[in-house]
Design a protein around this ligand. Sequence first.
Ligand code: ADP
Ligand code: MG
Length: 831
Amino acid sequence: KAPEKMLTKELCNKRKPQPAVFIPVDRLPEIQAARLKLPVLGEEQVIMEAVRENMCVVLCGETGSGKTTQIPQFLYEAGYASGDGIIGITEPRRVAAVSMSQRVAMEMNMSTRVVSYQIRYEGNVTSDTKIKFMTDGVLLKEIQKDFLLQKYRVIIIDEAHERSVYTDILIGLLSRIVPLRNKKGRPMKLLIMSATLRVEDFTENKKLFPRPLPVIKVDARQFPVTVHFNRRTPTDDYVGEAFRKICKIHRMLPPGGILVFLTGQAEVHSMCRRLRRAFPFRSNRTGLESDPKDTEEERKWFKKAKQKKMLSLPRINLDNYSTLPVDEGDEDRQAGIGDEEDGSDLDLELGDDPGDEEEKCDPMLPLYVLPLYSLLAPEQQGKVFRPPPAGTRLCVVATNVAETSLTIPGIKYVVDCGRVKKRFYDRVTGVSSFRVTWTSQASANQRAGRAGRTEPGHCYRLYSSAVFSDFQEFSEAEITRRPVDDLVLQMKDLNIEKVVNFPFPTPPSMEALVAAEHLLVSLGALEEPPRVRSAKDMERVRLSCPITPLGRAMAAFPVAPRYAKMLAMGKQQGCLPYVITLVAAMTVREIFEETDRPAASEEENAKMAQRRARLGQMRRLWAGQGASLLLGDLMVMLGAVGACEYAGCTPKFCQENGLRYKAMLEIRQLRGQLTTAVNAVDPEARLYLDAKMAPPTESQVLCLQQIVLAGLGDHLARRVQVEELLDPKWHNGYKTPLLDSPVFIHPNSVLFKTLPDYVVYQEVLETSKMYMRGVSAVQEEWIPQILPRYCHFGPPLEDPPPRFCPDSGRVKCHCKSTFFRVGWPLPAVER
Ligand code: ADP
Ligand code: MG
């Protein structure tokens, strides 16, 4: 089938010969052979011609067709990296930026000095770098330094279908940068790559590109994948169902890797554990013989398998599963693999005649189980690309990362739970929660496609076709689902004053933009909007507050505005190193290992309870006593980082003390980076990084509490007093300005028992209750000083004492002196 090409008229009309540039690359023969099998290789000429003739081109091709690894090589060979220009590729995920740069360096037989990567905390870019993989956030920061991106000849925006916020903003910005570069006589090319054909938001968006962009479609050499739906209504125990499905596939179906999609790290781990227990991996096991080292459960399994002759199935016939032995105790025969095959339910191309697949079923291959998720250590992640040990079947238990950014070789069976874990934000209150929801049809089809990379495959969906047809067609762009305060600040710093007019591929809601501007004004990053009289005036000034000097200082820090404010204010009483550490710890995901996940057994449960108790003790120790205890969970973070660095930051120390090793390394790197950033913003600071840092003094702790209050001011909560208790659900609850319902201090917090009158929190996460995370106490009298915008200043009130005004949810307090607004630089906080 000839690939369908949608090229502009120009391209078809003016095919004037171009001087052929060709920079040879010395690849190994086996690499060259593997490359030639990739679909994009067949389209090299079309792609390169389109790039030559157009400023911006869109390339669509299935995952695994070779976009990420090959296009940079085409461009390199065509001379786009010769001279002083380089090729830049952005990825929404850090994992992808790192592993793809290594892969391309390997394919091109070049050093990582030439094919390099840059992610938020690290990179191996040198002055010799010609091809640079980076996260989209990194490129956005570079635009701030050099709007025209002079050093790039080509920018490739990869994985544009993911619609990550930074990708969207980048495309908006590049739609302006590319014509500007052209005008200045140093043309730059933009290549947008997507794994799906849904690119109209970019190509047909007149606000972005006045003329539709040329789209090149690469037909994937995809093998047919047979999709099997469940007939039953889906249950919530999809992990259990997936487990049973994998067991069946492994026992009954011919060799070929299995890829399982689950929603999160905890599920991935529990599944790996269950699978390893069910199919112990011992390379020299003879099959039927039980091993003295087997657990009771394994012995039982082998006994059963022997009775059922499952270990020596003679032949397999794919259209006749129902004659195969079915696991005893499986209440629901409907779940049997064969039963789901239902012609009416097949939505992908049907596989070739199943009868062709007459292979001997290996007698019980050992199962080689590997986890894959984004927080997994890189060397563990790399394992999925290497072939499994001889004579084993690969089973990768993955989260969404395996959907499009990484292509795992040798997968023949996909088990799809149909769910995805997403972070939901409440735009108004800023409360976020992780929720497991159904994925989209597009994602489910992507997942299915992973099965047909090397041969015809099968995808087992743990839900019915009726459920599937209710799925959203596509996942929405991230920008419509999250707060945009950081983006608005970055854009204002780029002197885009009227953010509403920015050419977003999909604009965020007005509500989100207003909330962002409101927060930034209250942080002092934007000027107060002028007072307006009419609605028309209102419309005019809305969302056009200019940035303040403090805002500029904040935008220079690579962290969210709330944290940037803390950094900008940290220059008091020698607090900066602590503020840097706090901000680093707060921006890194999950520094403490998860101890709340469900245990697999009674015994494990007891062990985990013991461990939780020990870790709780450790946290209280880090929090200290008196003033430092009131800094609360933030003091615990400081203590944890200090203690860990003091102990040399070893994996052993982290393991023993419930810290995530990878997070601690990240914190160390981020501290270094933030120290550099602070020195750049304020050369007088002359900071250097003292990793071990001495504990803060008492007055420093008080100062830190105020700095935290200044940054997290809109996350202020007041404890509900006994006399206000109307409803028992408010017991020990806190009132916040924006929420109607109470929020609580999490039992893991060191302030759980202290219950201070006023606290600020890092975020509210909704699990069984609305819990505040990262809680720190604040003193009441600081609030009107530091957060005047959140206070009512009325006539002096003697009695009752200043409190939140229940109607407005604001703090009501009287005004004894003139209060100063917190700005940059701040007069030293007097104590
Ligand atoms: P796309 O970007 O179109 O999804 P890629 O360029 O990522 O495709 O992948 C092309 C091929 O290269 C795939 O077959 C994939 O399996 C292979 N590949 C990618 N990275 C690695 C790696 N680190 N090791 C081995 N093979 C890899
Ligand atoms: Mg790719």
